[in-house]
Design a binder for this molecule. Structure first.
Ligand code: NAP
Length: 329
């Protein structure tokens, strides 16, 4: 497995997003299947595992802790605080210093570890100055509970403010062929600051894999049901882009998922994609992207095929959009 640099860590060029094992898209796998997937990833050379207090309202961290704690020295563990579930089943955003510290303590327990390698602020709580949230996270570093700090879905300006308080090891934001917002400013800001850019939803939440053709197959609680690009009219327009993607995949003798991930890997050395999957076959397919080298002409073809002008619909609805701080086209 190829390696990339994440602050003080060398990690697999493709990490594993663990969210899908507990919530988000479709029915989560059984406990046994989830365990098998995590162990298969580890055996296959994946050394970056990404979870969050929010995922499954703690269940995802518990799963990762139960399955991987006995292998703790073999991988870099990333989790996130500042966004969690409450007893009423609602998401709660809370970036106050004392809340972040309490959240970290709970994550450490669920993850069955003494230290989280990379602790992200899941969303900037705009009621709290970013300097205060990051200040609390830097105290967690000093206390030895966290090794490094990350942010998620923030603008270049917020990244710079935070970085002035404590070095920001990683910025995690949605980035893929069909979501290009990081190209406005944060990719460059990360490069300048030595911050690794972790690309979440790198497969366009499954769209770029080419298998999701019929929205009626989405389960009742699938998050994509509420996302603008997955609404019937928009999705019908977006599906037309897949023919071109399939053609390029055929030319490269690989799958569309591999093209999507290889495109991210080829964009810059400081990018690490973290695809999510419930399936070992899909995981193996995704990891195969490290062996796909796209030349400049193919990168240009992809950039021209799927971009902000050819994709229909915004990535988030108004409520989700209000919760992020990213630059938008
Ligand atoms: N920081 C944040 O706010 C944030 C937000 C969202 C996600 N994330 C992180 O990013 C990770 C990945 O993002 P994501 O799960 O939203 O989106 P993604 O990785 O772009 O797409 C996941 C979807 O693609 C499907 N898939 C994966 N590999 C496939 C393959 N080879 N062939 C066919 N289908 C495939 C999966 O279905 P199957 O399960 O059927 O394979 C799943 O429905 C998450 O797990 C989470 O850790 C972070």
């Amino acid at each position: 497995m190829q390696q990339r640099t994440l602050g003080p860590f060398q990690v697999s060029a493709i990490g594993l997003g663990c969210m899908n094992l507990s919530h988000a898209y479709g029915t989560p796998p059984s406990r046994e299947a989830a365990e098998a997937l995590l162990l298969n990833a580890l055996d296959s050379g994946v050394t970056l595992f990404d979870t969050a207090a929010l995922y499954g309202f703690g269940l995802n961290e518990t799963l990762v802790g139960e399955v991987l704690a006995s292998h703790r020295s073999k991988f870099t563990l990333a989790s996130k605080g500042g966004l969690h579930g409450n007893a009423e089943g609602k998401r709660v955003l809370d970036g106050r210093p004392e809340s972040l510290k309490a959240s970290c303590e709970q994550s450490l327990k669920r993850l069955r570890t003494d230290v989280i390698d990379l602790f992200y602020l899941h969303r900037w709580d705009k009621r709290v100055p970013i300097e205060d949230s990051v200040g609390a996270m830097s105290e967690l570093v000093r206390e030895g509970k966290v090794q490094t700090i990350g942010l998620s879905e923030v603008s270049a300006a917020t990244l710079r403010k935070a970085h002035a308080v404590h070095p920001i090891t990683a910025l995690q934001t949605e980035y893929s062929l069909w979501t290009r917002n990081p190209e406005i400013a944060v990719l460059e800001a990360c490069r300048e600051l030595g911050t690794t850019f972790v690309a979440f939803s790198p497969l366009g939440r499954g769209f770029l894999c080419g298998e999701l053709r019929d929205l009626a197959t989405l389960g009742a609680h699938d998050l994509r049901r509420g996302m603008p690009r997955f609404q019937p009219d928009n999705y019908a327009a977006n599906l037309k882009l897949l023919d071109g993607l399939n053609t390029i995949a055929d030319e490269q003798r690989c799958t569309p998922s591999q093209v999507a991930l290889a495109w991210l890997l080829a964009k810059a050395e400081h990018i690490i994609p973290i695809p999510g999957t419930r399936s070992i076959a899909h995981l193996q397919d995704d990891l195969g992207a490290v062996n796909v080298a796209l030349d400049a002409a193919t990168m240009q073809q992809l950039d021209a095929l799927i971009n902000r002008h050819t994709v229909t619909g915004p990535r988030y609805d108004a409520a989700a959009q209000a919760g992020v701080d990213t630059e938008e086209f």
